[in-house]
Design a protein around this ligand. Structure first.
Ligand SMILES: Nc1ncnc2c1ncn2[C@@H]1O[C@H](COP(=O)(O)OP(=O)(O)OP(=O)(O)O)[C@@H](O)[C@H]1O
Ligand SMILES: [Mg+2]
Length: 142
């Protein structure tokens, strides 16, 4: 359900071109909120990492599956939620350990970047029930 001063929800196939579109949408949305260029770059990385996790890990590269990105603007805060209904995460604490990856060819740094570039990260997931990643970034005063 829509909330906040501004709201944008994107629903898309798990394809790389849509990852790029999601990143651009987050950049436009956060620019409108008055975030600095540095913050906007960080927001793009957070969206990119969470959406690519959904595509790669959640859906194993199946491009017919749906990812959603929901952006909500509050007075001084951006909320970003990335949802998939893929395989889910059995052990969220383990997934957050720096350099832990379920995939051999990955560095296991996505969540590390997200944590350093946002003010809050909340992961809801269960095996077979998909994953919801909620991230918040505060806008600092001028
Ligand atoms: N949406 C998701 N669905 C299922 N598993 C996930 C999801 N997001 C993350 N994970 C699990 O959490 C682990 C850690 O994710 P993280 O992004 O930190 O590292 P990575 O994706 O493995 O590597 P990198 O992001 O550096 O390429 C993943 O290896 C995967 O097992
Ligand atoms: Mg990752």
């Amino acid at each position: 359900m829509a909330k906040g001063k501004n709201y944008l929800r994107l629903e898309f196939y798990a394809k790389d071109c849509n990852l790029a579109a999601a990143r651009l949408a987050a950049a436009a949305f956060s620019a409108e909120m008055g975030f600095s260029l540095t913050d906007i770059e960080e927001i793009k990385v957070a969206v990119s990492e969470s959406v690519s996790n959904a595509m790669i890990h959640g859906y194993g590269g199946d491009e017919t599956r749906i990812v959603t990105l929901t952006l909500s603007a509050f007075e001084n805060e951006l909320e970003m939620v990335v949802d998939d209904d893929g395989i889910g995460i059995s052990d969220v604490e383990q997934a957050l350990i720096p350099a832990y990856s379920a995939a051999e060819d990955h560095l296991g740094l996505g969540f590390v970047f997200i944590q350093s570039f946002t003010d809050a990260l909340d992961i809801r997931s269960a095996p077979g029930e998909g994953t919801s990643v909620r991230m918040c970034k505060r806008r600092r005063g001028e």
